[in-house]
Write a protein that binds this ligand. Structure first.
Ligand code: NAD
Length: 360
């Protein structure tokens, strides 16, 4: 039986890294039936909509999608298709592993961290009031009537809301992930000392859920301390779970610790659908030149295999990518110590090298 998977090649470097990824995944011997869908600026040109309903229908039907990066045009009033996809499909958990790959220039060694970021709420819900507007003044006067702390009348306001339902769901996901992936520790990251109600709620939920998983160690860290600890003792941490904003910041921090975007995959998981995609964007300056690094998208494909239960194939893909990067010969120019474009392998050649290693 072939797995039915929605494939969104994306734009910019997306089609090139997607094609390399498709070929690597097929070389594992697992059968796929790809339902290729266009979204973003490509879909806008061909179908007049950045997120056609057919894309969402396909992902709902297949339950799994592999996605290349999509450009968000600036200043055109288009909302981010990436955010719209996550919200439409209720992909509540954003998983970002950060792992050291020998051969990638990085400040830290031996990093193996997982950020589990809540994807639905917090300051990203988009509930905002602009400075000086009539609605904003009404909100401020209500707050000032109800609260002993006063908000200045000229303030712009962004609402941070944290619910017990979403906190429970994301923390439970982090513990389930820890068990399935043989991890030992879950750390809840928060700022409950200042945001006593919103982050306080998240922290209380985390402590309650932790009791259901006695086999996994649990602790919590205030977000600023967490940043310092990651710089000083990253080996003390394992799986970290947190509300949306902290997850956004910390997952870029951990990606930076392992050498940046080139090797940073991610998963967006919901109850009925999941999308796997590299963290990097469409890198327009590299588009169409067969020079973009396909590793992050291939590693996202490996996360997809793991999600499907194809653990052995996932492991072989990850090991093949790691060994090609470690050798440093058949890699794209960004992975070379000299960053010499003329000596770097092309996107497709790096894909070929990974395929040869899979089969070797
Ligand atoms: P970007 O990730 O595209 O590029 C940042 C830097 O990293 C650039 O120097 C780029 O050349 C380099 N880079 C990124 N991926 C690379 C790869 N695979 N190989 C070699 N070099 C690579 O970020 P940006 O420039 O801020 O964004 C460009 C566009 O992508 C924007 O429209 C943005 O909205 C979009 N974007 C989409 C996603 C997504 O689809 N999930 C994520 C981030 C940004």
């Amino acid at each position: 039986m072939a797995y039915q998977v929605t494939l969104i090649p994306g734009d910019g470097i997306g089609p090139e890294v997607s094609e390399a990824t498709r070929r690597v995944l097929e070389a594992t011997g697992i059968s796929f039936e790809w339902d290729v869908q266009e979204a973003g600026v490509t879909a806008l040109e061909t179908r007049g909509d950045v997120l056609p309903e057919a894309v969402l229908d396909s992902i709902r039907k297949n339950g799994v999608a592999l996605k290349g990066p999509l450009t968000t045009p600036l200043g055109t009033g288009f909302r981010s298709v990436n955010v719209a996809l996550r919200h439409s499909l209720q992909l509540y958990a954003n998983i970002r592993p950060a792992r050291t790959y020998p051969g990638v220039r990085s400040v830290f060694d031996n990093i193996d961290l997982i950020t589990v970021r809540e994807n639905m709420e917090d300051l990203y819900a988009g509930v905002e009031f602009d400075t000086g507007q009539a609605d904003t003044k009404e909100v401020i006067s209500t707050i000032n009537r109800l609260s002993t702390r006063k908000v200045p009348e000229s303030a712009a306001i962004s609402i941070k809301s944290i619910t017990p339902e979403n906190s429970t769901r994301i923390v439970r996901y982090a513990f389930d992930y820890a068990i399935k992936n043989e991890r030992k520790l879950v750390t809840a990251v928060h700022k409950a000392n200042i945001m006593k109600f919103s982050d306080g709620l998240f922290l209380k939920v985390a402590h309650d859920i932790a009791k259901e998983f006695p086999q996994i160690e649990f602790n919590d860290r205030i977000v600023d301390n967490m940043c310092m600890q990651l710089m000083q003792r990253p080996e003390d941490y394992d799986v970290m779970v947190m509300p949306n904003l902290y997850g956004d910041v910390l997952s870029d921090l951990t990606a930076g610790m392992v050498g940046g975007l080139g090797v940073a995959p991610s998963a967006n998981i919901g109850e009925t659908a999941a999308i796997f995609e590299p963290i990097h964007g469409s890198a327009p300056s590299h588009a169409g030149k067969n020079e973009a690094n396909p590793s992050a998208m291939i590693l996202s494909g490996a996360m997809m295999l793991r999600h499907m239960g194809e653990l052995q194939a996932a492991k072989v893909v990850e090991e093949s990518v790691a060994s090609i990067i470690a050798e440093g010969e058949q890699v794209t120019y960004d992975l070379r110590p000299d960053r010499d474009r003329s000596k770097g392998a092309g996107t497709s050649a790096m894909g070929d090298a990974i395929i040869a290693r899979l089969n070797g």
